[in-house]
Design a protein around this ligand. Structure first.
Ligand SMILES: [Zn+2]
Length: 201
């Protein structure tokens, strides 16, 4: 017999997971189940601690109810994914965006098509493959000075996350990027190539 209820099984399947991909953290402390799930690279956890809102048992490894807010699954997945961190720029709006994606060309097209942050001329200026792309993205963003503009971002009819674009020069973001990724390349050549993105705001 499955350790999941029929409702839970349907939920798991609907989000593309098998039963085996859900960490069985029943009877474990919050710390233990979250740590073990992380070590086993499992996004979802079956917990005996039910969610307050509706009594659900399936949480993300980060501890949030996956059933109340399935968008949490995406956040947690992205947290440990290997992929590309990038800096993109919009010439027209003098904006910089730091982001991460598994497919960089597809992401560039998507940013343009969706008019991310109000701009549709995004161009990826530099990118690098990293583990934990979400964390690297945050670290670079934290180190980049400049005024933030937040805008709600809708994808597939769901508010995924808040768009964050930065008013800064490309070099400010690039220096943060170099510090965090430790990537070595000819900084001056990169800045020269994208000199139009050296915004003075
Ligand atoms: Zn819930």
């Amino acid at each position: 017999m499955s350790i999941f209820t029929p409702t839970e099984l349907a939920f798991i399947a609907r989000h593309g997971f098998s039963e085996a991909e859900v960490y069985d953290g029943r009877g474990q402390s919050k710390e233990r189940r979250e740590r073990e799930a992380r070590e086993q690279d499992k996004v979802l956890v079956l917990s005996s601690a039910r969610c307050r809102a509706a009594g659900h048992r399936i949480r993300t490894r980060a501890g949030h109810c996956a059933q109340c807010k399935p968008a949490n699954i995406g956040f947690t997945k992205r947290e440990t994914q290997t992929g590309y961190v990038y800096i993109a720029g919009s010439l027209k709006h003098c904006l910089i965006k730091i982001g991460c994606a598994t497919d960089i060309l597809q992401r560039e097209r998507q940013l343009r098509a969706e008019g991310y942050g109000g701009a549709s001329d995004w161009r990826v200026l530099i990118h690098d493959r990293v583990a934990n792309m979400q964390k690297v993205e945050r670290d670079i963003s934290d180190r980049t000075p400049g005024q933030r503009a937040h805008r709600g971002y809708i994808k597939d009819g769901i508010e995924q996350f808040s768009a964050e674009v930065i008013r800064c020069s490309f070099s400010s973001a690039l220096d943060a990027y170099i510090t965090v990724t430790g990537e070595t390349f000819d900084r001056d050549a990169v800045l020269k190539q994208w000199s139009g993105y050296e915004f003075s705001n």
